[in-house]
Design a protein around this ligand. Structure first.
Ligand code: TXA
Ligand code: MG
Length: 340
């Protein structure tokens, strides 16, 4: 059975002790990060890493992100090529600990299973003090994908992890709701001819605009390995609810079929106002009911998707958010979740 143990910045001793006891035995444990909950394993233990894939029911061995507790631990997992050293240092002083993942050449200590045979490893230092304390106490880097089953909605709370993986892992460390709510931004750095080039492989909480202070930013067209969004029907698309989801520029123009139950995922829509009221929505959830701003929408995104998915609807109609800054990261997830 899956145990849930609470932790916060002031009181995490017991959670750290229990998580480390399991991780050092080669078990996998769900851990809070500032982005989404991760399914952690000792990144240097290939057998433990194999368990991660088993629990996630991934159809293939996709590369995992390796989390370090301190920048001092970096040489253990990766090297920094000389020609990008300067920009790398600037980026990590600006964004670590935090939601920025950087691809670097891997060391021998990282098993091929972690990187799926690739010569590069994705590295980040999580902004969660609980996650870092567990890594520090373990004395090993932690490999962790999001703690959901393959192709499903990323969990942003301990209860969402239990819904995804309950029964198949021994422990969930409950650190409360994730403060960012979207998976980390993933980048690759190139020296470039005049200025460094920062290639974004997955948009996330660290935005294009923020990265532009450090070099020329290129948005990579090529999808990440486990996100075959360009191959409809081939594999479940990423971040997908079980209920069909349709993106509508103007939800007010949506023509419902009689007798069907539709849910609305609105951006700032106040359920009491405007078009939100014009249909008989079976359920309405706003991404940003409070501030009407993108950070709140990001934090609530996966929670709202899960809530609508659990409401027994015939379909979910989603309204786009503004496609700038954090909105680009939200739109990326929405497009992938949409039924094709
Ligand atoms: O915020 C996050 O990044 C969360 C938390 C737990 O840290 N983790 C996360 O992991 O989102 P995951 O496994 O759900 O997504 C990691 C993505 C995958 O699409 C994987 O293909 C890609 O990163 N990735 C990992 N290593 C890579 C590599 N060496 N080259 C290219 N892509 C890589
Ligand atoms: Mg994931």
């Amino acid at each position: 059975e899956t145990r849930v143990i609470s932790a916060n910045e002031l009181d995490m001793k017991e959670a750290v002790r229990e998580a480390v006891a399991l991780l050092s035995k080669g078990e996998v444990v769900a851990l809070p990060t500032e982005t989404v909950y991760g399914l952690g394993a000792d990144a240097t233990d290939a057998v433990a890493v194999a368990k991660v894939f088993e629990v996630k029911q991934r159809p293939s061995f996709d590369p995992l992100i390796v989390h370090i507790a301190s920048v001092r631990d970096l040489p253990q997992v990766a090297s920094v090529p000389e020609d990008i050293e300067k920009v790398f240092q600037k980026l990590i002083s600006a964004f670590w600990p935090g939601p920025l993942t950087i691809l670097l050449p891997k060391t021998e200590a990282i098993p091929d299973l972690v990187t799926s045979g690739l010569p590069t490893v994705a590295v980040r230092q999580s902004g969660s003090p609980i996650f870092r304390a567990i890594g520090r106490e373990l004395g090993k880097p932690i490999a962790a994908p999001s703690a959901n089953r393959f192709g499903r909605i990323s969990p942003t709370s301990a209860s969402a992890v239990v819904k995804e993986l309950g029964g198949s892992i021994p422990l969930v460390v409950d650190g409360g709701a994730c403060s960012n709510g979207l998976e980390s931004t993933i980048i690759r750095i190139e020296a470039g001819e005049k200025r460094p080039e920062i290639h974004i492989l997955r948009p996330g909480p660290v935005t294009k605009k923020e990265l532009q202070n450090f070099g020329r930013v290129v948005i990579e067209k090529k999808r990440l390995i486990d996100e075959p969004a360009d191959a409809p029907g081939q594999l479940a698309s990423h971040y997908a609810p079980r209920t069909s989801l349709y993106l509508f520029d103007k939800p007010e123009e949506f023509k419902p079929e009689p007798g069907k139950r539709y849910g609305l995922m609105s951006y700032k829509g106040d359920p009491k106002a405007g078009y939100v009221n014009r249909h008989e929505w079976a359920k309405v959830e706003s991404l940003s009911p409070g501030s009407g701003k993108l950070p709140e929408a990001a934090v609530r995104f996966f929670h709202v998707m899960r809530t609508l998915d659990e409401a027994g609807l015939d379909a979910i109609i989603a309204e786009p958010v503004s496609d700038v800054g954090l909105g680009q990261a939200i739109m990326d997830r929405l497009r992938r979740a949409a039924t094709r």
